[in-house]
Design a protein around this ligand. Structure first.
Ligand code: PXG
Length: 464
């Protein structure tokens, strides 16, 4: 443990001097000072001033079993004493990686029986890019290499996975996307559905995949990748017509389907995997985050028999990471899965999700700043609006009102994220009904404060 022996201001000054934060304007943060988190239990965070925050985001969508699970620390220590590191290259293996691969294969549906490990979701999606291209090349189809993804999807921050993602702000920096990745539109009915019904819109957006395949030829399209429910894009739950149509198209044109389960996997949607909740039968699943509940960095790709056999038929797959199947991370992930199973956390998440949906609906559907309440399992979104009933965006720059609301949440000791003008939560799966009420109390205070601020600053104006 690193003891905290300094006052908050000094910690903040040192942080600003030496620590570069992800997705952050360094100068703006240095001027303000980062909030220093020093401990956590259950769904609660403690900061360096001793304040208790509700962590509505499970860290970064990952601490599914909640904070303070000592048995994961015990398992990590025991594994580090026994075998702190060994690699899985060059024809070696070790008990923790064998046990975890078996366990994950048991949990995964259908013939998803093989796991290629990585250190993160980004690394796993980089694996997927190389794996699907190598799969087709090994079948004598090297030109079947284009991967179709979605605008506003998120698949990681490395050069490959950031290219799969459809985040405009990321593509604007560092020369992304790499060649051979195409992006179709996302199935976000509220903001892009126009006059269509959600069902019509879901079909229309799925058929953009078919139109693209027909345009370039099925012999050039290797795979389609999507999050069952978009997370970082703003908890975007597709219309029910969307995924079955994507499934049909992938099958018809022999395009591999990759479900990025980094957020949806491991109980978040009320099933082990989001694919099960949304009726998707993928060839590959990307996993990370909830696999270890964030207690150790680990990710991976769960691969079908067909894809694994195809890869093996190609001889050496020249790919891997130093920490692929890291013994300590595998042991921690196994203990995390044991807890999830012993405590029946997937079913509990489904129940908690129902309570969250009802609470969010009861408390916020009529709030003047809320245009829509949407949720699935323990993923929920409040779409902010300048004009109820209109689905119109704000006239102000996108995210202006969302930022005001997020800051109000933080001031009320609630971690609730904003994505543009959408407020999102994804709490730990162990959240109780009382804690959901407490989260709602804090969110309501924050929304009221944000409403006052927006009224005062003349921001409740719809874009024309
Ligand atoms: N796929 C999905 C669906 C993700 O959400 C990744 C891949 C990449 O995983 P790693 O482990 O490389 O970060 C993610 C990660 C946010 C936020 O602001 C979301 C993620 C990461 C950081 C921030 O919502 N998701």
């Amino acid at each position: 443990m690193i003891p905290n022996h300094l006052p908050t201001e000094e910690l903040q000054a040192l942080d600003a001097a030496h620590h570069m934060h992800p997705f952050t304007d360094g100068n703006a943060l240095a001027a303000k000072g980062a909030r220093v988190i020093t401990g956590a239990r259950g769904i609660w965070l403690t900061d360096s001033d001793g304040r208790q925050l509700v962590d509505g985001m499970s860290g970064l969508w990952c601490v599914n079993i909640g904070y303070g699970r000592d048995s994961l620390a015990d398992v990590a220590a025991a594994q580090m004493k026994q075998l702190p590191y060994y690699n899985t290259f060059f024809q070696t293996t070790h008990p923790p990686v064998i046990a975890l691969a078996e366990r994950v294969a048991q949990l995964a549906p259908d013939d998803l029986n093989h796991v290629f490990f990585a250190g993160s979701g980004s690394e796993a999606n980089d694996t997927n890019i190389r794996m699907v291209r190598h799969f087709w090349a090994a079948q004598g189809k090297p030109e079947k290499s284009i991967i179709v993804a979605r605008k506003n999807g998120y698949h990681g921050s490395s050069v490959g996975s950031g290219s799969l993602g459809g985040m405009v702000a990321m593509h604007a920096q560092g020369g992304l996307p790499i060649p051979g990745i195409a992006h179709i539109n996302q199935p976000h009915w509220y903001s892009e559905g126009g006059d269509m019904t959600p069902e019509e819109f879901g079909l229309a957006r799925a058929r953009e995949l078919e139109a693209y395949i027909q345009e370039v030829g099925a012999d050039r399209v290797a795979a389609f990748i999507g999050e069952p429910i978009q997370g970082a894009g703003g908890v975007i739950i597709p219309p029910e017509s969307y995924w079955p149509e994507i499934q049909r198209i992938c099958q018809q044109y022999d395009v591999l389907l990759i479900a990025d389960e980094v957020i949806c996997g491991f109980g978040r949607t009320g099933h082990w995997f989001g694919s099960q909740s949304l009726g998707i039968k993928p060839d590959i699943m990307t996993i990370a985050k909830g696999l270890s509940s964030g207690y150790a960095p680990i990710g991976g790709s769960i691969v079908s028999d067909r894809v694994a056999e195809g890869i093996n038929a190609g001889g050496d797959f020249n790919h891997g990471y130093t920490y692929s199947g890291h013994p300590m991370a595998c042991a921690v992930a196994l203990e995390n899965l044991r807890i999830m199973e012993d405590e029946n956390l997937v079913d509990r998440a489904a129940e908690a999700g129902k309570h969250l949906a009802k609470t969010w609906q009861d408390r916020f559907a009529d709030h003047p700043l809320v245009g829509a309440v949407e949720s699935h399992g323990l993923l929920a979104a409040l779409q902010l609006t300048p004009k109820k009933g209109s689905r119109s965006p704000f006239a102000a720059d996108k995210g202006t009102v969302g930022t005001i609301c997020r800051d109000a949440c933080f001031a009320n000791d609630l971690v609730m994220r904003h994505v543009g003008d959408r407020m999102i939560v994804a709490p730990p799966l162990i959240i109780t009904e009382d804690e959901i009420t407490e989260m709602a109390n804090r969110a309501e205070k924050a929304l009221n404060t944000a409403l006052d601020t927006c009224t005062r600053e003349g921001l409740l104006v719809a874009a024309s």
